[in-house]
Design a protein around this ligand. Sequence first.
Ligand code: DAH
Length: 355
Amino acid sequence: MSEIDSLKAQLETLQSEALAAFSAAIDLVSLQQMRVNYLGKKGALTEVLKGVGKLPPQERPVIGQYVNQSKSVLSAALDIAEAGLAVAAKAERVEAERIDVTLPGRVGATGALHPVQRGLDEMTAIFSQMGFAVAEGPEIENEFHNFDALNIPPEHPARAMHDTFFVEQMGDEPMLLRTHTSPVQIRAMKRFLAESGEPPLAVVAPGRVYRCDYDVTHSPMFHQVEVFKVDRDVSMAHLKGVLKHFLSTYFEKEVSIRLRPHYFPFTEPSAEVDIGCVFCAGKGCRICKNSGWIEVLGSGMIHPNVLKSVGIDSDEFSGFAFGLGVERLVMLKQGIPDLRMFFENDVRFLRRMGS
Ligand code: DAH
């Protein structure tokens, strides 16, 4: 075989070997290496060109042309292989980063308000929208605010009925956990009179209260909302109007109410308030014990002695007051059968009821 034919054969072998290698390359890095190996300054093609020196001068351009042709074939093949691998790499990335947009989202666990707190906030907001100012008082009270000023003198049987928790004395003064939010009536009236001299005043006082009691409808700690208004010519009609508006707003439906004569030391006359059963609409069911009515709170016209205890002239001013149990109303609204569920802290219950 002549020198030139042998060089040509060498070139052909090199070229087909290179093309096979390019198409088998698995990544861009190895293709880059192949480019250097075949087409680089010290690459295989340059090596072939070195043999050209052995050829007679008139044959040299011929083989030079072959080499150049091979160069462009290989260079084009490398470009194509590179582009192919780039596309494959991209497809691989897309596949690897693929997300399933039909999967349900991951919702972070958020906290929720306790159903009692939510009820307390809702109730306070309703009164506050009606113009009642929000007031608070201490949970550790003295006997004066919890009893005496509310017309419950020391030997009064109502003191025993309150199942009071007494705590350590302050000097000579017995202290207790307030048994109701009514003492806030006294504190708020005193504060208000010191600030502005005389009624009108309208107050809503939400808060925690304590009684030594524990069963399906009683817990030693529970919540009340106390509401009262003092002005000239306040009557039971105002009381009834406020109650009706409040109860219908809270239960999100028109509820009927009924005032039943009752006794509370701090009101005269006093009434217990019933609502038409929210479960059977008055037809009679297990919850209302077939009466069609459910008792929800205590109310009345503030006793003259209570007004006197804070220096309000009971000839000139009158007031209504009522106090309600928050847990009881939340139970009625949400259909919760046992009051103790509020305080057992079972997260399944709290998640379902909280918000
Ligand atoms: N303080 C009473 C209680 O706990 C509830 C109550 C009844 C409050 C009548 C009032 C009222 O303001 O007028 O049981």
